[in-house]
Write a protein that binds this ligand. Structure first.
Ligand SMILES: NC(=O)CC[C@H](N)C(=O)O
Length: 373
């Protein structure tokens, strides 16, 4: 049994809608863009995913915290969402191997949550009205005061956030004698991207996002991984330039989510803010090359504009989201470079798209063989 705070808490949306509930996690006030995730499992991985930095998350699953937390199920070292909205925040948790309750996990990271609110009504509201900023408070319930704080919160549109979550120093993960060396550019990388590479005999060196190509090339990588990350990719001018230099080296490149958006921007495509974004673990995507469908894990609020891809002679569209026809993957025609908008590393989510890591390793093998022959 883990005692939850019983303070009243309030959720105020930028359009003035108010929801009253009770506090969970740390007592305090937090702001961010409100978004919802429809995944029924994997809350700890979601909360620690750095791509969620700056966002208040509403969980569609009605019981959160009921299987506790586990040291091994993190996607980064701390909770990255700025706040949490749930129906039932479980005071009891039960699972073999779980090490801590979600309540103490949130308290430790100083994260504010609101519980006992009608999450179905909140999600329907955001689904109809689109993405907007919000504030949660369990210390101040005066709506007029909260409105003033909320008015100061910047819009996610045009916001660069990767520099808040990228590592400060490069570090290695994997076997030093591995067959391949992968330079991971860290825009807020999920740990499972690195794990998926290490499992495929890659030594990864994770570089801060402001590392130079010269610094990364000095390590002699066989390929580059451009990671996921938070914020609006279109304002990341230095990163787009770095990605251009990486592509020009000619080594295999694999981009995931934000990394994908940067590769698209580098080829002259456009990114746009979505009305609601895609956040869940059951999104169907069609692989246009094989004709097969894969069920994917997704978390993005921006997307590469499909129209801007038409007639572009540098890339081709390889994947399409089957729910709304948005662009889900590209490959470069004249470079061993490809990327997807969704999360092949999943965590949480289905493993249908893990083949993309094999494709990347296959590309590194091919390029390496052609250089040594
Ligand atoms: N998971 C990600 O990398 C998200 C990319 C970007 N911040 C978006 O919301 O679209």
């Amino acid at each position: 049994m883990n005692k939850l705070p019983t303070n009243p808490a309030v959720l105020l949306l930028a359009d003035g809608t108010v929801f009253h509930g009770l506090a969970a996690g740390a007592i305090g006030t937090t702001t961010g863009e409100i978004a919802f995730n429809t995944g029924m499992t994997g809350y700890q991985e979601i909360f620690t995913d750095p791509s969620y930095y700056g966002q208040i998350l509403v969980m569609a699953a009605s019981h959160i915290g009921n299987y506790g937390t586990h040291d091994a199920e993190i996607e980064s070292e701390s909770v990255k969402i700025s706040g949490l909205v749930v129906k039932k925040f479980s005071e009891n948790f039960s699972r073999v191997g779980s090490t801590e309750s979600l309540q103490s996990y949130f308290e430790r990271d100083g994260k504010v949550a609101i519980r006992d609110v009608d999450t179905r009504a909140i999600i329907r509201h955001i689904r109809n009205k689109g993405a907007m900023n919000a504030i949660i408070s369990s210390e101040e319930t005066d709506i007029e005061k909260l409105k003033k704080i909320l008015a100061e919160v910047p819009s996610m549109d045009g916001l660069e956030l990767s520099s808040r979550v990228s590592c400060k120093e490069a570090y290695d993960v994997g076997n030093p004698d591995a067959d391949f060396r992968v330079a991971v550019v860290d825009y807020g990388a999920k740990k499972n991207i690195v794990r998926c590479l290490v499992e495929r005999d890659c030594l990864c060196r994770v570089f801060p996002m402001d590392a130079t190509v010269a610094e990364m090339e000095a390590w002699n990588p066989d390929g580059y991984m451009l990671s996921n990350g938070p914020g609006d990719p279109s304002v990341m001018k230095d990163s787009i330039k770095l990605v251009d230099e990486i592509v020009e080296i000619g080594k295999p490149v694999f981009g995931i989510c934000l990394g994908h958006q940067l590769l698209a921007l580098r080829a002259g495509l456009k990114t746009v803010k979505m009305f609601n974004g895609h956040r869940g673990i059951n999104h169907p995507v069609k692989n246009n090359i094989t004709g097969k469908c894969e069920i994917t894990s997704q978390n993005h609020g921006f997307v590469v504009d499909m129209e801007s891809a038409q007639g572009n002679d540098e890339i081709e569209v390889t994947h399409t989201h089957l729910n709304d026809g948005t662009l889900a993957g590209i490959r470069y025609k004249n470079h061993p470079v490809f990327s997807v908008q969704y999360h092949p590393e999943s965590s949480p989510g289905p493993h249908d798209s893990r083949y993309l890591f094999d494709t990347f390793v296959g590309n590194m093998k091919e390029v390496k063989a052609s250089v040594t022959n």
